[in-house]
Write a protein that binds this ligand. Structure first.
Ligand SMILES: N[C@@H](CCC(=O)N[C@@H](CS)C(=O)NCC(=O)O)C(=O)O
Length: 220
């Protein structure tokens, strides 16, 4: 058994944050596929009782420790390995500030927006999607401005704040109906820098469940 287990599925950008971190730090980890769309495992009472009372993915298991919320998982992994760890109190708070902004306003909207466009039947109400798209455009403009003239979000090196921000950004533009990297060039350049990190991998290659409904990976 691997040292870490991560409950995840390929379409989850929230889980991708944790999967990417595990890969980037060279951890010995294995995914546990959650049948999110089919059986809806995350809604079952057993899941909420035994795995995560919040009914969410990702969940990281490390020995006796079970952690949820990607921001907590990233913090834990950077604390115990020293990798991608913000340095000093100011950077630590700054990273937390961007992780919270990301969870609430950036990927916190991108995830449900993509879900309503691609996975619900019928697709989301156009008025709801338009509202969300306007919020997303505003939040991405803020991130783009932040990354203009600086290589990473809080420091000259990548930290857990950058890993958090990647959540949904590498999924295909067709799934959003717009191209994040092209419309926001500073984000596009930052995505290339993140992609150049050793052991970077795409969410569809890192987590099981792609193609949709399978337990496989894109490259298998
Ligand atoms: N802030 C959480 C968000 C987790 C989240 O919403 N995960 C989705 C899957 S992508 C989920 O499990 N949703 C279930 C639900 O909202 O009922 C994190 O970053 O871990």
């Amino acid at each position: 058994m691997a040292e870490y287990q991560l409950y995840c599925f390929a379409q989850s950008g929230n889980a991708y944050r944790a999967a990417l971190m595990l890969n980037l730090i060279g951890a010995d980890w294995e995914p546990i596929w959650i049948d999110f769309f089919g059986a809806g495992v995350q809604r079952k009472p057993e899941y909420r009782e035994d795995i995560n009372e919040m009914g969410e993915v990702p969940v990281l298991v490390h020995g006796k420790k079970k952690l949820t919320q990607s921001g907590v998982i990233l913090t834990y992994l950077s604390d115990i390995t020293g990798k991608f760890k913000p340095q000093g109190d100011d950077e630590r708070l700054e990273a937390l500030r961007w992780i919270i902004f990301d969870n609430q306003k950036v990927n916190g909207f991108l995830g449900p927006f993509r879900f309503l466009r691609n996975f619900t039947k019928p697709a989301g109400d156009p008025a709801v999607l338009a509202f969300m798209k306007a919020r997303i455009d505003g939040a991405l403009a803020i991130v783009n401005k932040r990354l203009s003239g600086r290589p990473f979000l809080v420091s000259d090196k990548p930290t857990i704040a950058d890993i958090s921000m990647t959540a949904y950004f590498y999924y295909p533009p067709e799934e959003f109906g717009f191209d994040i990297a092209k419309e926001h060039p500073a984000i596009g350049a930052w995505m290339e820098r993140m992609k150049a990190l050793p052991e970077w991998n795409h969410p569809y290659d890192l987590m099981p469940g792609y193609p949709f409904g399978s337990q496989g990976y894109r490259n298998q």
